[in-house]
Write a protein that binds this ligand. Structure first.
Ligand code: MN
Length: 393
């Protein structure tokens, strides 16, 4: 028996470029093709199938067609909703629509969950001798409670036990972690992880392994730079448990990444150096990182011109990153804080925002984080604006 594990496919509008959004669909199709060719028994998807909780009709139709191909091949897909699969202010996920039409199994559909005084009772499915269950990604800080009160009804007779989740665990050492590794339930053989878009294999946990396949396509410039390749897993098992875990590499576009030092150079000199690095090609991804203290004003740098030039040479995606570029007048911001709230405050202070501006930013960050309702936020923000205006008068 074997199953495929994939995550963070983000079908929808990740990019402004339609071509890149088509690339994301192509990768999704590659995954479905691979599952059918390899005759896997089922697919486990660790969340963020879509990029938006309310995807465009074209994305919905595309995914419907692909899931129908799976269904016709007798391959089930088990999934938990990722943080992107749930619309703002919604309880249910768009995945529920596909679940109700029998195109996938939403492991966080209400029939699997009972939230009562005894805790958060989670049920799953046993399919082809594998037990699979999972917890959805979170949209707000409120959902941290779920893991603390989690009680799973595990099928102890299953050959392999799979727990699917959509969180960045503390083990990864990321600033934006949202789950202590130790909060994961124990007793599973395979922890199918999503949310973190990097790739990490074989994190040992309580006799099992945690696997992050990473996003199936590069979703932003950082992913293009940081990640060598994109992939998913094929895991084979029998009554003795897991036999092998193979990483399957997905075919993405070739890429070119350049660092350009701006120290002491004029805008024209920087532009010339950037353009000298580029060459004619057929649709490569291009990232140029310009860093240092340039001579003259940052606004004089012809970013749009360089982008157009690169586009004419054939690059399908061009990012010119100037976040580490400063000019003669600008102060460089170095962050020393460790905790996320402090980092945000320190950044805003060092960028020299006024206290009332920081207060408002703080409010917005916290309110969105706590999943506040839009109407409530609008009222409270209006009050804050009025208060500030009155003070100025
Ligand atoms: Mn994601």
């Amino acid at each position: 028996m074997k199953f495929m594990h994939v995550g963070d496919t983000h079908v929808g509008s990740v990019y402004k470029s339609e071509q890149r959004n088509e690339d994301i669909k192509d990768i999704f199709k590659q995954i479905i093709d691979g599952a059918i060719e390899r005759k896997v028994d089922f697919i486990v998807h660790s969340g963020d199938l879509f990029n938006e909780g309310t995807p465009q009709l074209s994305a919905l139709l595309f995914v419907t067609d692909q899931l129908n191909r799976l269904k016709q091949s007798g391959i089930k897909m088990f999934i938990v909703p990722g943080s992107h699969d749930v619309g703002i202010g919604e309880e249910d996920s768009i995945l529920e629509l596909f679940d109700r039409n029998g195109l996938l199994v939403n492991l966080n559909s209400r029939r699997y969950i009972k939230d009562g005084e005894g805790g958060f009772i989670l049920n799953g499915e046993t399919y082809r001798n594998a037990f699979v269950c999972g917890v959805k990604g979170k949209r707000s800080k409120v959902e941290d409670e779920i893991f603390k009160r989690l009680k799973v009804n595990v099928d102890e007779g299953a050959w392999v036990k799979i727990f699917v989740f959509h969180h960045t665990i503390s083990y990864l050492g990321e600033k934006f972690k949202d789950l202590d590794t130790e909060s994961l339930p124990k007793g599973f053989d395979y922890y199918a992880a999503g949310h973190w878009h990097g790739n990490m294999d074989s994190i040992h946990y309580d006799g099992g392994i945690i696997q992050y396949p990473g996003s199936s396509e590069y979703c932003d410039e950082k992913e293009i730079v940081d990640n060598p390749n994109r992939g998913c897993y094929v895991v084979s098992y029998d009554k003795e448990g897991i036999n092998s875990v193979d990483r399957v590499i997905l075919k993405t576009r070739d890429k070119e990444i350049f660092e350009v030092s701006a120290d002491g150079k004029s805008a024209a000199e920087i532009e010339k150096e950037v353009m000298s690095k580029l060459s004619k090609n057929e649709g490569k991804l291009l990232v140029i990182r310009i860093a240092g203290r340039m001579d003259g004003r940052k606004g004089n740098l012809g970013v749009a011109g360089m982008k157009n030039g690169a586009g004419e040479l054939g690059y399908s995606y061009v990012s010119i990153n100037t976040s580490k570029l400063v000019d003669d007048r600008e102060k460089e911001v170095v962050i020393e804080s460790k905790e996320l709230d402090e980092i945000e405050n320190e950044f805003l202070e060092k960028k020299e925002y006024a206290p009332w501006q920081i207060k408002m930013a703080r409010y917005l960050i916290d309110a969105v984080g706590a999943g506040a309702e839009t109407a409530k936020m609008r009222n409270e923000l209006e009050e804050m604006f009025n208060e500030h205006d009155n003070k100025r008068d």
